[in-house]
Design a binder for this molecule. Structure first.
Ligand SMILES: CC(C)(COP(=O)(O)OP(=O)(O)OC[C@H]1O[C@@H](n2cnc3c(N)ncnc32)[C@H](O)[C@@H]1OP(=O)(O)O)[C@@H](O)C(=O)NCCC(=O)NCCS
Length: 156
């Protein structure tokens, strides 16, 4: 299957009322880092869910934090949303850390809500309201942790 083929299950589609998919690329190399999206966009309640998946070699390097911040900016300022929700398995420490770092609040545990590797595991719900969101939170360039330039380019 050739790159850019419309038949590819990984082809990024145009944003629509319910979903906005993004490709994430490393600025320094232009290499594909992963994908991110807003899904389940509810234009009546102005709410949506955040989804992200990075290639294994790009995990743990600050991309996740960078990308979720960009999704928040897109959701709140471009799509005019009021609430973003992030759902993750309770044992996904990296995803939980990203959510808290970006400003999401833990809102609840769904006990044994997911069947994973032959057992039921808890999942967690995080939420962030536009009224809580801090658009001036430092970019990775100003972030105390990294001190580097923004690491990812997140594009439709
Ligand atoms: C979850 C995911 C998006 C996180 O992105 P990331 O780029 O790896 O995370 P970051 O490098 O921005 O790290 C953010 C925080 O998580 C911590 N972290 C990263 N990997 C971790 C791990 N394996 N265990 C514990 N903490 C971890 C970092 O130390 C950092 O914490 P800090 O803010 O206190 O310094 C990414 O790892 C991923 O795509 N995983 C596979 C798919 C997935 O789980 N998607 C989410 C489904 S809901």
């Amino acid at each position: 299957m050739s790159a850019g083929s419309v038949a590819s299950p990984y082809a990024v589609t145009e944003p629509n009322d319910e979903t906005a998919c993004f490709s994430v690329a490393e600025i320094a190399t232009d290499e594909l880092v992963g994908e991110a999206l807003l899904w389940g966009i509810d234009t009546h309640s102005r709410a949506a869910h955040v989804g992200i998946s990075l290639r294994p070699s790009f995990r743990g390097r600050g991309f996740g934090t960078d990308v979720v911040r960009v999704l928040c900016r897109y959701g709140f300022t471009i799509r005019g949303l009021h609430r973003l929700q992030l759902d993750t398995l309770a044992d996904n420490a990296a995803m939980r850390a990203v959510a808290v770092r970006v400003g999401f609040r833990a809102e609840g545990v769904l006990r044994e809500a997911a069947w994973v590797d032959g057992r039921f595991v808890d999942s967690m719900v995080f939420g962030l309201l536009v009224t809580e969101w801090n658009p001036h939170v430092p970019n990775p360039s100003e972030d105390q942790r990294s001190g580097d330039a923004p690491v990812a380019r997140t594009s439709l």
